[in-house]
Design a protein. Structure first.
Length: 202
């Protein structure tokens, strides 16, 4: 059995090999050193370590919250809401955790702005499909994940935003917890822990 340090070294070597082999010029370098070709990503370019880290540094609501609030924390909140809704299927729970995973590579745009850029939406859809293939999951949001995502938005609006305007929210906030921004590191650790636990039982 590989120790944690040897496994990390092996993962880093693999990441470097993929990075070196791909010669397409339209790419970004990920946290782990992979080359990621956003317009035509390969399964080998997807890493859960990249997704967890990059989402934890990706700011939700275009940075308009009083404190930094990451997409990773929103993703974990969506997963927690699914648990509150009595969802136990690990594949649905993983879908909730990973529903915004494409944003690890192309950033988050507020929905009103996203609607104005159809190319971004098409790119996001392509990337989420490849991420799904990488983890053997269907990441096209099911109705229950859509609902959990909408509930998360309502909770974030309640706890993180000065309530000046009516956002015409689709769902009501749940009361099982208050949303308080956490550090990037804690978000990354929690995201990875949930993913690993669910991935063992799916």
């Amino acid at each position: 059995m590989l120790t944690e340090s040897k496994k990390k070294k092996s993962d880093d070597i693999h990441a470097f090999q993929v990075w070196k082999a791909n010669t397409n010029k339209d790419w970004i370098q990920t946290y782990t050193g992979l080359k990621f070709h956003a317009n035509n990503p390969a399964i080998e370019e997807i890493s859960i370590r990249d997704i967890a880290h990059q989402l934890s540094f990706c700011c939700r609501f275009a940075g308009t919250t009083p404190l930094f609030y990451s997409v990773a924390q929103h993703s974990v909140l969506t997963y927690e809401i699914l648990l509150e809704l009595q969802i136990t299927d690990p594949k649905i729970l993983l879908q909730g955790l990973l529903h915004d995973a494409a944003e690890a590579y192309i950033g988050d745009l507020p929905s009103p702005i996203k609607k104005l850029i159809p190319e971004y939406v098409a790119l996001e859809n392509r990337i989420i499909k490849v991420i799904g293939k990488a983890f053997d999951l269907d990441l096209i949001k099911s109705p229950i994940v859509e609902r959990a995502d909408a509930i998360a938005l309502a909770m974030e609006y309640r706890d993180l935003r000065p309530q000046i305007y009516d956002w015409d929210l689709k769902e009501k906030a749940l009361t099982f917890k208050k949303v308080s921004p956490k550090s990037n590191i804690l978000n990354e650790i929690e995201f990875l822990k949930i993913f690993k636990n669910l991935n063992k039982i799916k």
